[in-house]
Design a protein around this ligand. Structure first.
Ligand code: IPE
Ligand code: IPE
Ligand code: MG
Length: 251
């Protein structure tokens, strides 16, 4: 946590920040790159490129605010149905991100992991990502989960298949916590805060199981414009929520 950074944003935005109420895990649906580009009279690919820059800033912002886990939806299992050229652009940006941002991520002690069907990604991207994951494996300030070729239903289904292979006695006594340990986010706390940019109000098959009790924050800001001040606002909004988990609030 970087108190100088926090105090500066709090003063600039006129918001109160509670260091003891930082979400441990933030999940983001990074949406609106295409619309951002169209509004600037640019190709959709230019929006995706700007989206990568926005991601870099948000990763660093999360680290400074004391977030421990950040999961970003970068490519869904449904995104394969976009035009081939756009899928190609996204894949190229992915390997470029892995190569070019490695040093900056390491400097910030960010550990990168991938959730999603890794084997279904093209070879070049798998190689670049494998290198990125290995090279950051020792970092311990922030875990960045890149959701790539990810679908919430696919995640649950692969967990069900693992569960089905267990001895019947273990399957019979399986708890929700045990099952969560078979999901791709095994060992991580559930997201406390879900952010979706671009004004769309849906999950689009993101972390379906894991978001059961997350607080939702929607903004009309398009992803390439989502900056550290917007992140700060989202976290302050989260801090003002009353999380009851079905019980009664403390007040
Ligand atoms: C989000 O931006 C990036 C990905 C889904 C990969 P979009 O490409 O969905 O942008 P819009 O929603 O068309 O504006
Ligand atoms: C969700 O955004 C997936 C990612 C941000 C990677 P989409 O733009 O693909 O979602 P829909 O199609 O609007 O639901
Ligand atoms: Mg979209």
């Amino acid at each position: 946590m970087d108190m100088g950074y926090i105090d500066e944003f709090a003063a600039r935005l006129g918001l109160q920040f509670w260091p003891e109420r930082v979400p441990r895990h933030v999940a983001i649906v990074m949406d609106g790159n295409g619309r951002w580009a169209r509004r600037q009279g640019l190709e959709r690919s230019a929006g995706h490129r700007r989206g990568v820059e926005a991601l870099e800033n948000i990763v660093i912002g999360c680290r400074k605010l004391g977030v421990e886990y950040l999961t970003v939806y970068a490519f869904s299992t449904e995104n394969w149905s976009r035009p081939k050229a756009e899928v190609g652009t996204l894949m190229n940006l992915l390997s470029e991100f892995a190569d070019k941002k490695l040093n900056r991520l390491k400097e910030n002690h960010v550990r990168v992991q991938v959730i999603g069907d890794f084997a279904g990604l093209p070879l070049l991207q798998r190689m670049a990502l494998k290198h990125l994951m290995e090279a950051t494996a020792v970092e311990d300030k922030l875990v960045l989960n890149l959701a790539l070729n990810y679908g919430g239903r696919a995640d649950i289904l692969q967990a069900v298949k693992k569960a089905a292979a267990l001895p019947p006695a273990r399957l019979q006594t399986m708890t929700e916590e045990d099952f969560a340990g078979l999901l791709q986010t095994a060992g991580q706390p559930e997201p406390d805060l879900l952010i979706r940019t671009s004004g769309e109000l849906r999950l689009s098959n993101f972390l379906l199981w894991q978001l059961a009790y997350a607080e939702f924050y929607f903004t009309d800001t398009l992803w390439p414009d989502f900056d550290e001040a917007e992140l700060f606002r989202a976290i302050c909004a989260y801090q003002g929520r009353s999380r009851r988990f079905g019980a009664l609030s403390e007040e």
